[in-house]
Ligand binder design. Structure first.
Ligand code: UFG
Length: 343
């Protein structure tokens, strides 16, 4: 029996690796393309241990057009591509904008170009709620206006969505779905894969777990004077395993030709906003530890509150989250402890 072949770019990264696991569980043959710039090859063993299958892995820089061409020429019968490979540090993107445009936009162009050449017609693109900036209305639905990007990173997501939109408009046979993630956190329940931040984490959840395990001395809560119930900023945190499953659902929508437009986009979140303090409280409860944190200045560029209107994902995509904030913080802590045990 042959299984549909799916290329996952950035498949050894945080969301990519969890998605590879869900794809394999659903019967797909996964081919991982990753340049290992922000991922560790050991993740492949994690995927293998969870699923019993070691996907084929190819180290390739997809922002390089010749390497991308060579990579694609090695394959036939690809049913679809899930494109995660991208740089994602907002602050670094401000410092090194060209690096971000070259990598994130360049790889998108190279991938879509080769897909068109080879007649591969289904693409799931990893986008972000950052495209909405600080929305005028909450929860934020897909009809909310796209705001001018606050960072080169955010701009690369907007530009890639525009590229997808333009290619879909010009090519009826090309199908794209952009998935706009809110804030994925947590790890696989096996604690065999999870987030592996390079250096000091920028994001809240890995900073919390690294503080609790003793790698960082304290967590700074960026801003306690926001116009929110407890003064700290609000985000829509969703479990990375729920998010991974959404990719399989979106892919199957394209493979079964159930999409009503050849360019669709969905918000992926829980629909519920949680403050930084609520995340800390959940973490303290599920880990049984007391976190060392202090209130600090707002982080430049942060929005006050953003959470998703999940109606479209529920009604059209048929996807919704199943796991709670406590599941997220519990699994993130289990993963951090597993990492410590490994080292
Ligand atoms: N925070 C802290 N202390 C920290 C780290 C974060 O208080 O050490 C706060 C932030 O100020 C923010 C919240 O925790 O209020 C969440 O911050 P993250 O950095 O985890 O997530 P962001 O919402 O800032 O960023 C995420 C993704 C980006 C994406 C953005 C879209 O990481 O890639 O959502 O809004 F662009």
């Amino acid at each position: 029996m042959t299984f549909p072949k799916i290329i996952v770019t950035g498949g050894l990264g945080y969301i990519g690796s969890h998605t590879c696991v869900e794809l394999i569980h659903s019967g797909y043959e996964v081919i991982i393309a990753d340049n290992l710039s922000n991922a560790d090859i050991s993740v492949l063993d994690g995927i293998h241990s969870i699923t019993g299958i070691k996907p084929r892995f190819i180290q390739v820089d997809l922002s390089d057009s010749d390497s991308t061409l060579t990579f694609f020429n090695g394959f036939k019968d690809i049913a679809g591509i899930i494109h995660f490979a991208a740089f994602k540090a907002v602050g670094k993107s401000v410092q090194f904008p060209l690096k971000y445009y070259k990598n994130n936009v360049g790889s998108m162009i190279n991938i879509v170009y080769n897909m068109l050449e080879l007649g591969i017609s289904n693409l799931i693109f990893s986008s972000s709620c950052t495209v909405y900036g600080q929305p005028d209305q909450l929860p934020v639905s897909e009809s909310s206006p796209i705001q001018a990007a606050w960072s080169p990173y955010g701009n690369t997501k907007q530009i890639c969505e525009e590229i997808l939109n333009d290619v879909c408009s010009s090519q009826n046979r090309f199908n794209g779905i952009a998935l706009r993630y809110f804030n994925p956190i947590g790890a696989h329940e096996s604690a065999l894969i999870g987030e592996l931040p390079l250096g000091t984490p920028n994001n809240l959840m890995p900073f919390i777990t690294q503080t609790a395990i003793g790698l960082r001395s304290e967590l700074k809560v960026f801003g306690s004077d926001y116009n929110t119930p407890d003064g700290t900023a609000i985000r829509d945190y969703l479990h990375v395993v729920d998010l991974a499953k959404a990719h399989v659902t979106a892919l199957e929508r394209l493979l079964k030709k159930e999409n009503t437009s050849n360019n669709e986009f969905y918000n992926l979140g829980t629909g519920k906003g949680s403050s930084v303090l609520e995340v800390i409280q959940s973490f303290e409860k599920t880990s049984g530890t007391s976190l060392n944190y202090v209130m600090a200045e707002r982080r430049p560029g942060d929005v006050e509150a953003v959470y998703a209107d999940t109606t479209k994902a529920k009604e059209i995509l048929g996807w919704e989250t199943e796991l709670s904030l406590d599941d997220m913080t519990r699994s993130a802590w289990k993963w951090e402890q597993a990492l410590k045990a490994r080292s």
